[in-house]
Design a protein around this ligand. Structure first.
Ligand code: ADP
Length: 485
């Protein structure tokens, strides 16, 4: 399980500030470990506020030149970056699996997904159209133009070490903004490899800066520095709330992609086999560690037992192991804390009367591996249906009517993704419209694409990423009123 790369130079262990690969002040570092083996992979700079301030100054300095380029020129650099990411898919996927744990096939898919945002926003760069407004008075002309916001900060999580970065910075760069990125401390190596390819693609110094290190110190500077005009964050609701409060002092624009509590509703008129396949995809992808992963299944009474049996039979056969090994579909969890949360949720459910149908505990492989689990006789007061478990546990609740299913599904402060299965067209529209979520999968367990708007309502976040709406987050409207015509 050694990390072997075709181009070892992609394994960058210094940060990128103003086009230079640099160490932290006093050469402070921290280790990145492989969650599958617990082994140290590399040491990267442990930066803080001072280095972050320098990165912000570099981005501010680079902004004038970058926004002054034509959209076509910016698109050409993005396009080169896209092609470099694709042509280095294998190395990037290996780095990603080594530091994050997901199976290599999923890592390759993520690199494709990440590259997709770069391609999409390269194309969108030239479409930041403005408008003209019919004037209410004869001697004036009213125009609206859209301009880049300025220096943007991106704080990203470990569960998608590549895609969460490109989903934020590709639209920013396309719009003419410059960026300072702080990747998650668990997965900085993918971010630094992407930055290496960005340098090769020809982004001018300071346009993209990556700082690794202390989340609180770096986050503190990114949220308080007045030069930062916009913060885009993906992570926990708890940290999102904190960053939102910190941004208030300088009235920054913010985009937040926070936690979810995705329901997956199966109505009795559903295609049961299709529902089981969708359930596997939406629950066990990335070992249950995505913010759109199903957190609770709501199954109609008459098909509850059949669905549970079929799902459990498939779940028992999911291959758990090191993501670098052929055939593995379930990697390790990210850290010991993640395992402890999963255990706590299962213990609480069993205490309150749930039963284990598959898995239920740590995997015989030890380390950070957990058995893919199915729980039945689950009720809405159990912790696993109220908090985001972020692990390979499928709790199955029972419901009678459509109204009851909707009431349970919407009874949460979250509103990111929801899924349901039905073959009734009227119900598909009715339920699709009634679910208080930003994204709804109907007869599918997989809905994330670069071309579609990703985001949540309620306490799951603010703003949308991907799609042509993703550009709006990095553009300001400016109204020009021409008089004396
Ligand atoms: P998770 O539970 O998925 O690790 P977090 O919200 O803790 O989610 O982490 C998401 C990102 O937020 C990571 O890059 C992490 O380093 C960063 N982060 C965590 N705490 C803070 C903080 N106080 N200020 C700024 N960034 C933070």
């Amino acid at each position: 399980h050694e990390l072997r790369l075709d181009q070892p130079g992609l394994l960058r262990t210094r940060c990128l500030i103003d086009g230079q690969w640099v160490d932290a002040d006093h050469s402070k570092t921290f280790s990145v470990t492989d969650p599958a083996t617990g082994r140290a992979l590399a040491d990267v700079p442990a930066m803080g506020a001072a280095e972050t301030m320098r990165a912000i100054a570099a981005a501010e300095h680079a902004w004038t030149g970058w926004r002054g380029k034509t959209a076509k020129e910016r698109a050409a650099v993005l396009r080169r970056w896209y092609e470099l990411i694709l042509s280095h898919t294998e190395d990037l996927a290996r780095i990603l699996t080594a530091e994050q744990g997901k199976p290599l096939t999923e890592a390759r898919n993520e690199i494709g997904y990440a590259a997709g945002f770069v391609e999409w926003f390269a194309e969108e760069a030239g479409r930041a159209y403005g408008e003209t407004i019919p004037s209410p008075v004869p001697d004036k002309r009213l125009l609206v133009i859209r301009q880049p916001i300025g220096v943007c900060a991106a704080i990203t999580p470990w569960n998608f070490p590549a895609a969460m970065i490109t989903r934020k910075i590709a639209p920013a760069l396309a719009a003419g903004c410059t960026v300072v990125v702080k990747p998650a401390e668990q997965t900085p190596l993918t971010a630094l490899a992407l930055a290496d390819l960005a340098v090769q693609a020809g982004f001018p110094p300071g346009v993209i800066n990556v700082v690794t290190g202390d989340p609180e110190a770096i986050g503190g500077e990114l949220t308080s520095n007045p030069l930062i005009r916009k913060l885009s964050f993906t992570g926990s609701t708890e940290v999102g709330r904190l960053l939102m409060a910190q941004c208030a002092a300088t009235v920054k624009k913010i985009s937040l992609e926070l936690g979810g509590n995705a329901p997956f509703i199966v109505f009795e008129d559903a295609d049961l086999d299709a529902a089981v396949e969708g359930a596997l995809l939406s629950k066990y992808r990335n070992t249950g560690q995505t913010c759109v992963c199903t957190n609770r299944f709501l199954i109609q009474d008459s098909i509850y037992d059949a669905f549970a049996e079929r799902l459990a039979a498939k779940v028992r056969r999911l291959e758990v192991g090191n993501g670098l090994d052929e055939g593995v579909v379930q990697g390790p969890l990210i850290d010991e804390q993640a395992l402890a949360k999963v255990e706590r949720h299962i213990a609480d459910a069993l205490d309150r009367g749930a039963r284990v149908l598959a898995g239920g505990g740590r995997h015989p492989l030890g380390g950070r591996f957990f058995q893919p689990t199915v729980l039945v006789d689950v009720t809405p007061e159990m912790l696993c249906t109220r908090e985001e478990t972020f692990g390979p546990v499928a709790p199955l609740l029972r419901f009678g009517s459509e109204e009851e299913a909707l009431a349970i599904a919407n009874a949460t402060e979250y509103g990111l993704a929801a899924y349901f299965y039905t073959r009734d067209l009227a119900r598909a529209f009715r339920v699709g419209e009634a679910l208080e979520y930003g994204m709804v999968g109907i007869n599918t367990g997989m809905l994330s694409y670069d071309v579609a708007p990703f985001g949540g309502v309620k306490q799951s976040g603010i703003g949308r990423e991907g799609s042509h709406h993703g550009m709006d987050e990095y553009l300001e409207l400016k109204y020009l009123c021409l008089g004396g015509m």
